[in-house]
Design a protein around this ligand. Structure first.
Ligand code: IVH
Length: 680
């Protein structure tokens, strides 16, 4: 075969590969409905790359391999938009929205319902993409609406932007407009990475998207999880578009763009209002941030008739949601002590309406966070409250710092009990060392103890616990069972009847279960399900309290950190006394009948472990065997069932071989545990 025909053959294969890859790319990014597994897609890409490496002449800028970013630019060049990129008028209430509809009807001299397209208002950056004969030739920012920046290199790296349009029927010159944004999941992952690397965090997905697009080095942009959603068409030459906005969106979708799936065609303004409410209710569950909805007249003819006023169209409006970020002032910082002694700085703020509620406190998490924000008392701060998440300070406005701003001083002594505050190396949290001497920790311990999923003392709420501790009526968990009617009845907002009810609830709570009791003790890392696993595994409190680290590790879902807190808890005399005192005050439960060891799958067998294992530690391996009923011995004898030998096994291996004891490898141990569904 001649060189030329070989080249043509390759060229055909390249075209076919590109078409296939573009199609799968579209299914994946635009439709969110992939047709082939990732591995198949990767194979096609690999093959295309391979041919392109061997035949560089075949590389074109619209090849799907060309999304990885290229040489850094020294600056962005300015472009002039063929048609200015306008902004939108805002509506903040139903009245504003009705007024918008009324203005349209007045201008059209009609009282007939107007058909609208309702879209989400994505919180990202406006983008203009220019296609010539279906090939992406330019990507530009909005800039001031007239002049934008050429960011072609960067937009090419975004997978949901087609480098070449699909299908047919598109105009020879087509400008597509839309929003580039970073979905919440990608934003969180990016910030997690930055946090782990000790780098500066992005304040919100919008800033992260902006920062990612502003890179002169498009290889950085290529690694950022950006998406682009098309929402309209700008400049068009040589071609026709549908006569309704909703149909234009359909065309854009067919040509390979991601269009938003929430978009809805409605027949009047009342339905548009319903759309606003429906999206508002689901706002926090969407995969991306939105700051409102955009309502657009569907008919392009009517849009043209309505025209523009100053910088915004008369045929569209942005109905905004309450802002999730606002600025306010940091008035002071107080330090709260939690159940585990964690000392948390809490920002006291000038009250501000944000995310639909008035916020006057925000958590500052820990010392590292204070340092990261570089925050001082008196600073103007940006507060964010999204959904049900507790309000956060995301940034300070440094230019507004007053001359008398004060440093935030982390206390060396607990603000409640004056015990020393300690920080463990490598941990961000500082803790009060006072334990149950500390009234704050005691309050939280009692609240937890009495809570529904723990001892379930009905009526013993937070306010009551706080009074009991503040008045020194309760110094330990057990003390709550020594309260009498008179003491309770004398408390604030209590009477004889409610005191009686509490006493009854206290009595009722004495009959509990082992797992609830374990959970109620508030041992760190021991949540409800861990407590249940511990109870089922050990059957009795005594067995749990005297278990070795190895035995604890054998419990389902219990890891080394949890084991550390368990052994620490049971080694302390004050805790032993607290449990005894509770039992003395009548707390009781039934022990759980355990499966006898003889019923376990490896009962009456003895194993020995040697050498180094790669998948897990020696302790974990041993815990697994014990959990299955086996004995684990330190030396090989003729009674040994088998030896598990890792790498660099020495004398034990020799001894096993000489005694004819079976020798198994690490994989055999993994198989054994998965066969009996034990997770190592
Ligand atoms: S239409 C002339 N639709 O909101 C109409 N804009 O102030 C131009 N935006 O910067 C915009 N989602 O980037 C439109 N579905 C949507 C949108 C949307 C977000 C942004 C747009 C612009 C701003 C409008």
């Amino acid at each position: 075969m001649s060189n030329l025909s070989l080249f043509n053959e390759k060229s055909d294969e390249v075209s076919q590969l590109r078409e296939l890859i573009n199609f799968h790319n579209y299914r994946y990014y635009a439709l969110d409905d992939p047709e082939v597994p990732d591995a198949e897609y990767d194979r096609l890409m690999r093959r295309l790359r391979e041919i392109e490496v061997e035949n560089p002449d075949l590389i074109t800028p619209d090849s799907p391999t060309q999304r990885v970013g290229s040489k850094p630019l020294s600056e962005f060049t300015t472009i002039v938009h063929e048609l200015p990129m306008l902004s939108l008028d805002n509506a903040f209430s139903d009245e504003d929205l009705f007024a918008f509809n009324q203005r349209i009807q007045d201008r059209l001299k009609s009282t007939a319902d107007v058909e609208y397209v309702c879209e989400v208002k994505l919180d990202g950056l406006a983008i203009s993409l220019l296609y010539q004969d279906g090939v992406l030739v330019r990507g530009a920012t909005r800039g001031d609406g007239t002049n934008g920046e050429d960011i072609t290199q960067n937009v090419r790296t975004i997978n949901s932007i087609p480098l070449r349009l699909m299908g047919s029927g598109f105009p020879a010159v087509l400008e597509v407009r839309g929003e580039i944004y970073m979905p919440k999941a990608g934003f969180n992952a990016l910030n997690e990475k930055a946090r782990a690397a000790g780098e500066k965090l992005f304040v919100n997905p919008r800033n992260a998207a902006a920062g990612s697009l502003r890179q002169l080095d498009s290889r950085i942009t290529a690694n950022r999880p950006l998406e682009m959603c098309a929402y309209s068409v700008g400049y068009v030459e040589a071609g026709n578009l549908p006569a309704a906005h909703h149909d234009i969106l359909q065309s854009l979708k067919h040509w390979g763009f991601l269009t938003n799936r929430e978009t809805q065609l409605v027949s009047n303004i009342e339905e548009a209002m319903k759309f606003y409410r429906g999206i508002g209710d689901r706002r926090d569950k969407l995969a991306y941030d939105i700051d409102g909805v955009v309502i657009k007249v569907n008919s392009i003819e009517l849009q043209q008739e309505l025209g523009f006023v100053s910088r915004a169209p008369r045929w569209a409006v942005a109905y905004k949601f309450p802002a999730q970020e606002e600025t306010t002032e940091l008035l002071d910082v107080e330090f709260q002590v939690g159940r585990t002694g964690a000392v948390t700085p809490v920002a006291r703020l000038q009250p501000v309406f944000v995310g639909g509620v008035t916020v006057s406190n925000a958590t500052l998490h820990n010392r590292d966070e204070i340092q990261r924000l570089g925050i001082k008392i008196g600073d103007t701060v940006i507060v964010r409250r999204a959904g049900d998440v507790i309000p956060q300070i995301v940034q300070i406005v440094e230019s507004k710092r007053p001359a008398n701003a004060r440093d935030i001083i982390f206390p060396e002594r607990c603000p409640v009990c004056a015990s020393s505050v300690e920080t463990i190396e490598g941990e961000a949290v500082a803790r009060c060392s006072g334990g149950l001497i500390c009234a704050a920790q005691r309050k939280e311990a009692i609240k937890h103890f009495a809570s529904r999923k723990a001892m379930n003392v009905e009526g013993l709420g937070d306010k009551l616990v706080e009074q009991l501790v503040d008045q020194n009526l309760v110094k330990s968990l057990a003390d709550i069972y020594t309260l009498d009617l008179q003491t309770l009845a004398n408390l604030d907002r209590m009477g004889e009847k409610s005191a009686e009810n509490i006493l009854e609830a206290l009595n009722k709570s004495k009959h509990t279960t082992l797992s609830k009791f374990i959970y109620a003790l508030g041992i760190r890392e021991v949540g409800e399900s861990t407590a249940r696993n511990l109870a089922n595994h050990f059957g009795s409190f005594e067995a749990l309290a005297s278990a070795s680290e190895e035995m604890l590790l054998a419990v389902k879902d219990v890891g080394p950190v949890c084991v550390h807190f368990l052994t620490d808890f049971f080694s302390r005399d004050e805790n032993k006394q607290a449990v005894e005192a509770l039992k003395a005050n009548g707390i009781e439960w039934s022990n759980i009948e355990l499966k006898s060891i003889a019923d376990l799958p490896l009962a009456s067998s003895t194993y020995v472990l040697t050498g180094s294992l790669t998948r897990f530690s020696r302790e974990e391996a041993s815990a697994t065997l014990i959990a299955l009923g086996a004995k684990v011995s330190g030396s090989v004898s003729s009674k040994t069932t088998a030896l598990f030998a890792g790498s660099e096994a020495g004398s034990k291996l020799q001894k096993a071989e000489s005694l004819g004891v079976p020798v198994l490898d690490e994989q055999a141990l993994i198989d054994l545990s998965s066969q009996h569904s034990i997770e190592i």
